[in-house]
Design a protein around this ligand. Sequence first.
Ligand SMILES: [Zn+2]
Length: 177
Amino acid sequence: MKIAIDAGHGPETPGKRSPNGMKEFEFNSETALFLREELPAADVFFVHHHAYDRPLAERVRHANRAKADLYVSIHANAFGTGWTSPHGIETYIHTSRPARAMAVANAVQQKLTAATSLYDRGVKTADFYVLRQTAMSAVLIEAGFMTNKVEASLLQTRAYRKTCAQAIAAALRQVCL
Ligand SMILES: [Zn+2]
């Protein structure tokens, strides 16, 4: 089992930050590190880069060439300008609704919302590049809203990032490992 982990974006991606200045990449990348710790080392590799915003095409090519079995993209959500009310966790799969990705996404949603007690926005579909162009099952996780004041404060803590990583790992173990 090979799992490509993608901490969406990069440290200098424009926008992509909470109203109080947390970069989305800070959440994504530390959660990715914790997730790697939770899984057998031989099974996981990163397709993002810590120093720059690696283009999506390169991330996907890396995963495809490595013949990953699963692609997990980790994000924090945003809505509108400044602090806004939308909140909760959602997981995306491609609009073609691949069955295995759906099973992974369902497990991720269940474990993440149980572990965090955040609102369950459900599994959704989207024609995102990393979901469309990956040759393997792919899920994209939005683990809370940076633009929601309560959730932004969680997203900024190591404890919440670790909780998310443990929940995602538990879901992967349940469905795939
Ligand atoms: Zn993102």
